[in-house]
Design a protein around this ligand. Structure first.
Ligand code: GZL
Length: 325
């Protein structure tokens, strides 16, 4: 019998359910406290030393703590990385560590993991916050402040350019938060220094070979370029190969600045071929698993857990070489 009273009760119950659903949607999945977890780590690719060092750090820490690590390699495909995460969800992992290769295509699977009750921890790269939020859709983002890294490089450059001023920018993977913010940070800084000009900027996909190819093309198009800003050391090292193939002297004809702090990059500072590198450690294992344990223990997790980056130049490269990865 439909009475006004029943209708009111029904609509109240419906409203309550909607509120609960929305609250449930707004809350992160819990993580039970356990000694051993089955954790997914969906790597983007393994085509540069930074990626290999990150993977080793995650695997070593999982082994040290006795956790089972389900590891996948997306071979430079955001679509494959998304399907790798979906397979982890299907396997019922306890939690997922994810460096989203690009800042939009991985959002649906982050939300799918949440809906499946699996907490996601973003490491090394973040997603577009208009699509998914830390503390609501995923636990946190652990990584560097890429805008700060690029700004520190800009500050070093304006102090040490000695009259050089025409910049070729080698960008990281299009869509990656690291590339997006290393571009924004640097370009915004240079815009405040009109005696410097970015004459060309192009995606080198964070790899040495693509970096060399792009540097070759841009140097031919801009023979007056006398500075190269690379979003990572691999592309900077590729640019050095391009310069030397063109009979130019890296560090003399063209000043090179970069980000990461891999051993070959810091050695290039010692050899006078790279001027400065803002470090960006790939060693995420300890902090990732410590954050997971804190989350399981019910501790409040900050939405952004910032890595501090070491800065290398000719003044400390030899002394601090052990900090390179
Ligand atoms: C930074 C990371 C970047 C490195 C590159 O956290 O995403 O990706 O700087 C790597 O070397 O490919």
């Amino acid at each position: 019998m439909i009475t006004r009273r029943n209708l009111l009760i029904g609509s109240a119950a419906g409203a309550a359910a909607a509120v609960l659903a929305s609250r449930a949607f707004a809350e992160l999945p819990p993580l039970a406290k356990k000694d051993k977890y089955k954790v997914g780590f969906a790597q983007t690719e393994s085509n540069n030393p930074w990626r290999l060092a990150e993977t080793k750090s995650m695997q070593d820490e999982a082994k040290r703590l006795g956790h089972q690590l389900i590891y996948t390699d997306a071979a430079s495909s955001a679509a494959k990385q998304a399907s790798d995460v979906n397979s982890m969800i299907a396997q019922g992992v306890d939690a997922i560590f994810l460096p989203p290769r690009e800042d939009k295509p991985l959002v649906p699977v982050i939300l799918a993991a949440k809906a499946a009750g699996i907490p996601v921890f973003l490491i090394d790269r973040d997603v577009d916050h208009t699509m998914a939020k830390p503390g609501e859709d995923y636990v946190t983002f652990i990584g560097s402040d890429f805008i700060e890294e690029a700004t520190r490089i800009g500050e070093w450059l304006v102090k040490n350019a000695n009259g050089k001023s025409k910049i070729i920018e080698l960008e990281g993977t299009t869509g990656a938060s690291a590339a997006r913010d290393r571009k924004k940070g640097f370009d915004d800084f240079i815009a405040k220094h009109p005696d410097f000009k970015i004459v060309a900027s192009q995606d080198g996909d964070f790899t040495r070979d693509k970096g060399r190819q792009v540097a070759e093309t841009l140097l031919q198009a801009h023979p007056d370029a006398d500075i190269i800003y690379a979003h990572n050391d691999e592309m900077a090292l590729g640019a050095i190969a391009a310069l030397e193939a063109a009979g130019k002297v890296a560090g003399k004809d063209v000043l090179i600045v970069s980000i990461d702090g891999e051993k070959d990059g810091v050695q290039a500072i010692i050899d006078g071929k790279i001027g400065a590198i803002c470090g960006c450690s790939p060693l995420f294992g300890p902090k990732s698993f410590a954050t997971l344990a804190d989350y399981a223990a019910g501790k409040k997790i900050a939405p952004f857990i910032k890595n501090e980056d070491h800065f290398f130049d000719a003044g400390n490269a030899k002394k601090d070489f052990a900090l390179a990865f």
